[in-house]
Design a protein around this ligand. Structure first.
Ligand code: NAD
Ligand code: UDP
Ligand code: UDP
Length: 320
């Protein structure tokens, strides 16, 4: 990627799983980074290694409240992403997506700077179109337990496009599909972290439902590469939404089997009830990302899982 020059970049949710990798990447590219986080699901540990860098600054702040800072670019990632966390305080989840978007858009409007939204494949809900392309409007239950997240993110997209049309704001909307890698929260209930922690402890692997539902898992380094390309490499009139994810689709049962194999675990697979509104299948159509960003994931799933397993192995050893 060409060098984009030194910029002061705001990353909301910068102490979270994806945000911390993004902060790291932006610093490595020579930018200054202002990480804004309320530490709901993010941790100091995720950004500890960046704190000595004079180009890195952290601000504890909840983006549902206005924020006045001076920056050249905004990545809006703040929002809990795992069902366990976003359903803990669903009203706050919707506020974070909606009021957070309004505040960050207001900031980008005042400063006339580019702003990127971390949207999600959940805007497609439980899809009847497969694989999902950006033109598909989705099938979301507006009153179910996942709605605070899905509808919050859909409304945030609406706000981004209205600020673009009404105020000429330069927006970039990324629809991120399931992402995994080091610094996932061990207790956040997501499938990759759950299975790896269970496998490393030789505990039962909890497959919800029959395990025939599918997801497509993208390694975090690939995802961050896509986000930076979208922000830095696309012309002003390229707004997205653009899918960022790995088109390689796995059933949840296959994922469990691969993790057992890679960890050499003695764990058995057990079945638990499928949560309400759990999407049956999910795979991104990434033709647009390939064309507009020259992007596609390059990390094979075995390699990404190995790196993630090593991370959790060290984490569990440190926790005793
Ligand atoms: P995460 O929970 O690890 O990170 C979210 C961060 O936002 C945390 O550091 C949290 O403390 C912070 N935060 C939450 N509410 C906030 C608020 N009101 N004010 C300030 N900070 C707040 O999740 P993640 O997996 O890193 O996800 C990052 C973004 O990417 C989210 O917007 C998420 O919706 C999106 N996304 C993630 C995935 C995935 O598979 N991980 C998939 C699709 C979309
Ligand atoms: N805002 C902010 N930081 C800024 C500028 C605005 O947090 O640097 C907030 C502001 O509090 C407002 C929101 O963003 O509630 C939307 O701003 P906008 O200018 O679009 O709307 P208005 O201020 O006219 O309501
Ligand atoms: N899942 C599972 N066992 C677990 C955690 C999750 O079988 O211990 C399933 C879950 O029901 C879903 C898939 O794995 O079908 C992905 O779940 P996750 O919460 O990681 O992401 P999302 O549902 O938001 O895509």
């Amino acid at each position: 990627m060409r060098n984009y020059g030194n910029r002061r970049v705001l990353v909301t949710g910068g102490a979270g799983f994806i945000g911390s990798h993004l902060c790291e990447r932006l610093l490595a590219r020579g930018h200054e980074v202002l990480c804004v986080d309320n530490f709901f699901t993010g941790t100091r540990g995720n950004i500890q290694h960046l704190l000595d860098d004079p180009a890195f600054e952290v601000l504890r702040h909840d983006i549902t409240f206005p924020l006045y800072v001076e920056v050249d670019e905004v990545y809006n990632l703040a929002c809990p992403a795992s069902p366990v966390h976003y359903q803990f305080d669903p009203v706050q989840t919707t506020k974070t997506s909606v009021m957070g978007a309004i505040n960050m858009l207001g900031l980008a409007k005042r400063l006339r700077v580019r702003i990127l939204q971390a949207s999600t494949s959940e805007v497609y809900g439980d899809p009847e179109v497969h694989p999902q392309h950006e033109g598909y409007w989705g099938r979301v239950n507006p009153i179910g337990p996942r709605a605070c997240y899905d509808e919050g993110k859909r409304c945030a997209e609406t706000l981004f496009f209205d600020y673009h049309r009404q105020h000429g704001l330069r927006i970039k909307v990324a629809r991120i599909f399931n992402t995994y890698g080091p610094r996932m929260h061990p207790d956040d209930g997501r499938v990759v972290s759950n299975f790896i922690v269970q496998a490393l402890r030789n505990k039962d692997i909890t497959v919800y439902g029959d395990g025939g539902q599918t997801r497509s898992f993208c390694y975090v380094d690939d995802l961050v590469d896509g986000l930076v390309r979208l922000m830095e490499e696309t012309p002003d009139d390229f707004t997205g939404p653009v899918n960022l994810g790995n088109p390689q689709e796995l059933t949840i049962r296959e994922l469990a089997e691969r993790i057992i194999e890679l960890t050499g675990s003695r764990s058995r697979i057990v079945h638990r009830p499928l949560p309400a509104d759990d999407p049956r299948q999910r795979r991104p159509d990434i033709r647009l990302a390939r064309e507009a960003l020259g992007w596609q994931p390059t990390t094979p799933v075995e390699e990404g899982l190995q790196a993630t397993i090593q991370y959790f192995d060290r984490l569990l050893a440190a926790c005793g």
